[in-house]
Design a protein around this ligand. Structure first.
Ligand code: SF4
Length: 147
């Protein structure tokens, strides 16, 4: 492991709209440090604790990387094809029985920086034809303004 070179990756924190610049030093699969990128023209080396905690997210042994399904009270991994197919069947059945708006979509902040959401999120929401759309704004900020 120690023979592997240390590499500094210039990245941007994707956890909120500030998009602070990061220097992430890795060695092989290991993250050695996460610091603010002093060369970033906007954040200029400043970051908040959430960016440092990205390492905890990355290394969390409980992080879900594959679809899981509860079978007889136990969580078991299932293939992606099975997950998509079962979800599609159940979404169609739910909307068929209770109407399109019975299905709600919630999109949190990091979603804004997710390429999959950028390219396919709008199409998915259009296909679902639900008016029940929620976000960090609708759940956190607008009620605060209202109060
Ligand atoms: S470091 Fe903190 S403030 Fe900067 S983008 Fe990440 S979460 Fe936002």
């Amino acid at each position: 492991m120690t023979d592997l070179p240390q590499i500094t990756h210039k990245r941007a924190c994707h956890l909120c709209e500030a998009i602070c610049g990061l220097d992430i030093v890795t060695q092989g699969d290991q993250i050695l440090s996460i610091k603010g990128d002093k060369d970033d023209p906007l954040s200029r080396g400043h970051i908040c604790p959430k960016a440092i905690a990205l390492q905890d997210l990355h290394e969390d042994p409980d992080r879900i990387k594959k679809p899981i399904k509860r079978v007889d009270g136990e969580w078991v991994e299932i293939p992606w094809e099975q997950a998509f197919s079962e979800i599609a069947e159940r979404v169609a059945a739910l909307q068929g029985e209770h109407g399109n708006d019975s299905l709600a979509v919630y999109a949190g902040n990091p979603n804004v920086h997710n390429y999959g959401n950028l390219t396919h999120g709008k199409l998915l929401r259009k296909a679902l034809q639900t008016k029940s759309n929620f976000s960090a704004t609708s759940l956190d900020q607008l009620p605060h303004h209202f109060v």
